[in-house]
Design a protein around this ligand. Structure first.
Ligand SMILES: [Fe+2]
Length: 252
């Protein structure tokens, strides 16, 4: 069978240069569109995040004892995640989840949040719902799925004795193991309705004693190192006299 010759019309000379320029301009335009879309997406994410922040502020207005707690836990969680070598995107999510970790307390009655004494069983049942409520609040935001998991599991303990799911060891998401350490430390070094603040060194000792028991040992090691490097992980603690070191009921 005779081979068929196919003729392809290549633009010649100047035509080829013009075609290349048009292609290049179209490519540059597409890149600009992609940048615009990325910027808009980031703006939307920021707007959503700021709305959630407003909710966290509303919680702090409702529960004065947690004022500043969310921001400190968020900042400490971000630093620990970065020091552990998590990718930048995950570091950001862990920091945001740290900031929003107690957002579910918005659903806990003030009488329970502010109770000075021990909680009874019914009150504990209400308090223990806050990780699930928090995860539900942020669940519509698909980009924050890992953050929702971190919020859900921030009261799990390494030995499986935590809540809401009784997860143990590495079954607990790394973000939740990080937020747990920052949360326990900050709760210990803050005055709470049910006990006075511990001095910083006593709180660090407590956290170190829990390493490998209820708290992740690697996370604790990094946290303690960072806390040692900063003049005060919770400046407002060093500013007042050491308070009586009651047996630590950590965080609710
Ligand atoms: Fe909590």
């Amino acid at each position: 069978m005779a081979a068929r010759l196919v003729s392809v019309a290549f633009p010649a000379g100047d035509d080829l240069t013009a075609a290349y320029r048009r292609l290049s301009a179209a490519y540059q335009q597409a890149l600009r569109y992609a940048e615009d879309v990325k910027r808009l997406y980031q703006q939307v994410q920021r707007a959503i995040y700021q709305s959630l922040l407003g909710l966290a502020n509303a919680l702090e207005a409702k529960d004065a004892y947690t004022r500043g707690h969310s921001e400190r836990v968020g900042a400490a969680s971000r630093s620990v995640a970065a020091a552990l070598g998590l990718p930048p995107h995950e570091v950001e999510i862990v920091g945001q989840a740290g900031l929003l970790h107690d957002i579910g307390k918005i659903g806990v009655p003030e009488a329970v949040l502010r109770k000075r004494g021990e909680l009874d069983d019914a009150e504990w049942a209400l308090m223990r719902k806050h990780p699930l409520t928090g995860a539900q609040i942020v669940s519509p935001f698909e980009f924050f799925a890992a953050g929702a998991l971190t919020i859900r599991h921030h009261h799990e303990r390494l030995d499986g004795s935590g809540y809401p799911d009784g997860l143990a060891g590495e079954a607990i998401p790394i973000g939740a193991r990080i937020v747990a350490v920052a949360d326990v430390y900050d709760a210990l070094t803050s005055d709470r309705p049910y006990r006075a603040a511990l001095p910083r060194d006593a709180a660090l000792e407590y956290v170190e004693r829990q390493a490998g028991r209820t708290l992740d040992g690697r996370v604790v090691a990094v946290f303690v190192k960072l806390a040692g490097a900063s003049p005060s992980a919770n400046p407002h603690v060093d500013a007042r006299p050491a308070l009586a070191a009651t047996p630590p009921a950590t965080s609710r």
